[in-house]
Design a protein around this ligand. Structure first.
Ligand code: HEC
Length: 489
């Protein structure tokens, strides 16, 4: 910490009496607060410096909204989607809460990028700030990892297929790619183990690292001191400094107020959608990642076959290494952007590449009529699902009822056929339904036995699309199967 001269000290009145005084004598809280707020800023408070505390605010908001979501969420392939549907459709302000968390992630990426840009353009990484820069880079990676792991958790179509693509992209890495993919998925396919792993990473592991790194980032920042404006010496600031409190605090709070208002309005008027539950059998689904992953998504499209190693491993690794090594490579004390054409050129190049790749991806989607149609269809399905009221999961009571019905020996035989033909793979045990196919319980009210037989002979387009295999059974078995299906209550 910097030594402060007399004129800078004492913006807060010291309170020695009462509860606060007692607390301070026991804990030193007042002194702690004082030293936190009396950080000198060379050259004075500026709006350019507000992004760091903006990030801290969003992080706090993500923790709080995340805790509320976790009160309802169940991390399993059977229940994840239902519990998120319950949050959005049944819980008071649940949709607003979930939107805050989901849009908060986007806001985090935006403010993080602004914070990084400000640090880079102001040359604020210079002057013994290598560790500060490195901890910031790791935090950037961790935030992207949070966004990636959180995206899967609702287990709707969008989440499922985006993560399928994401984990497949990882498997493109040479040598270790397949193993990492299996590690992430908890197997070769995506299911409850995948959700479990993503959940643990999203809720326990990554946040623990983020806490540790945020603490070290702030510690290192205070140790190095604020870098100040671009014409300030990064090692030995000479300009007259102003304390963090009150003007910089107020400026920082203005960003917080803007974020609260912006996110609040967005979440209220355009709540985050939840699509229909994941259906791994849906071969038509066109996956698209969240907007901030679009540039990477588009980038990966260009690298196939033997060139993949360049695009997937070599270039990204070099880029990441260059970013990490920046304060070690760029040792000059010059901070003014107009005197650092190479650094600014690199920044503009990276920025334009990211925006260009993102726009290119959007452009291709709009101009490929097949893709555009399918994406429109997916959006329509999401809207349709969003309008439906909440449907609770079938309880174990209906499961018992389904088994009681098997007093009928024909239906009992049908049950073994149902399982032998792997109907339960899609329609669930006891016909209770899965993400891949609807429940069959209560089908009796919909179709008579003859109609079911007819349906088996001439499956609907939806059955075909869902990958339901044609039923080719001897007449007796078919009769038993139909009796069983009809007995499902
Ligand atoms: C690969 C997954 C899959 C398998 C295996 C499968 N189904 Fe289906 N089934 C579906 C899909 C998808 C639908 C259509 C759902 C819709 O209309 O939305 C369907 C529809 C049905 C329907 C009509 C339901 C309704 O409410 O319209 C019946 C009856 C049915 N299946 C019975 C069976 C039986 C019996 C078996 C075993 C021989 C079986 N299914 C195996 C996926 C499957």
């Amino acid at each position: 910490m910097h030594s402060t001269d007399k004129s800078e000290v004492g913006t807060l009145p010291q309170r020695d009496s009462g509860l606060w005084g007692w607390l301070n004598r026991r804990t030193g809280l007042d002194d702690l607060l004082r030293s936190a707020l009396d950080e000198p800023i060379p050259g004075g408070a500026r709006f350019a410096y507000i992004f760091g505390s903006g990030l801290l605010f969003i992080f706090l908001s993500q923790i709080i909204t995340g805790i509320f979501l976790a009160l309802y969420y169940v991390p399993s392939a059977d229940h994840a989607h239902t519990t998120v549907a319950y949050i959005t459709k049944a819980v008071t302000a649940g949709s607003f809460l979930r939107s805050l968390h989901a849009y908060g992630a986007s806001a985090m990426v935006v403010v993080l990028f602004l914070h990084l840009s400000q640090t880079y353009i102001y040359g604020a990484y210079k002057g013994r700030r290598e560790l500060l820069w490195l901890s910031g880079c790791v935090l950037f990676g961790l935030v992207l990892a949070m966004a990636f792991t959180g995206y899967l958790l609702p287990w709707d179509q969008r989440a499922y297929f985006a993560t399928a693509v994401g984990t497949n992209a990882v498997s493109e890495l040479p040598w270790i790619g397949e193993s990492i993919k299996r590690l992430m998925r908890g197997g070769t396919e995506m299911g409850t183990l995948t959700i479990s792993r993503f959940f643990v990473a999203h809720v326990f592991l990554i946040p623990a690292f983020i806490f540790a790194l945020v603490a070290s980032h702030i510690f290192l920042f205070r140790k190095a001191g604020a870098a100040g404006p671009v014409n300030e010496d990064p090692y030995h600031p000479k300009q007259k400094s102003e304390l963090f409190y009150p003007r910089q605090v107020l400026m920082d709070l203005s960003l917080t107020a803007l974020l609260i208002t912006g996110l609040g309005l967005l979440c209220f008027f355009v709540p985050m959608q939840l699509g229909p539950p994941a259906n791994p059998a849906d071969a038509q689904y066109v996956p698209r990642p969240e907007w901030y992953y679009l540039p990477i998504f588009q980038w990966l499209k260009y690298w196939h076959g033997s060139a993949a190693i360049v695009g997937v491993l070599v270039i990204p690794t070099l880029l990441v290494l260059a970013i990490l090594a920046l304060p070690f490579l760029d040792k000059s004390v010059e901070r003014r952007p107009w005197k650092r054409p190479a650094a600014m050129g690199a920044y503009v190049f990276v920025l334009f590449s990211l925006v260009g790749l993102g726009l290119r991806s959007q452009y291709l989607d709009r101009h490929d009529s097949g893709v555009a149609q399918q994406l429109a269809k997916q959006r329509a399905e999401e809207d349709e699902y969003a309008r439906k009221p909440f449907e609770p999961e079938l309880s174990s009571a209906s499961l018992v009822a389904a088994n009681v019905a098997l007093a009928d020996p024909l239906a009992a035989k049908g049950k073994t056929i149902f399982e032998g033909q792997s109907c339960n793979a899609c329609h669930g045990d006891n016909g209770l339904g899965t993400a891949a196919a609807p429940p069959l319980v209560g089908i009796k009210a919909k179709f008579s036995p003859d109609q079911v037989a007819e349906l088996f002979k001439h499956p609907t387009a939806k059955m075909n699309a869902g990958g339901m295999p044609p039923i080719d059974l001897p007449p007796d078995d078919l009769k038993a199967l139909i009796a069983y299906v009809e007995s499902l209550k």
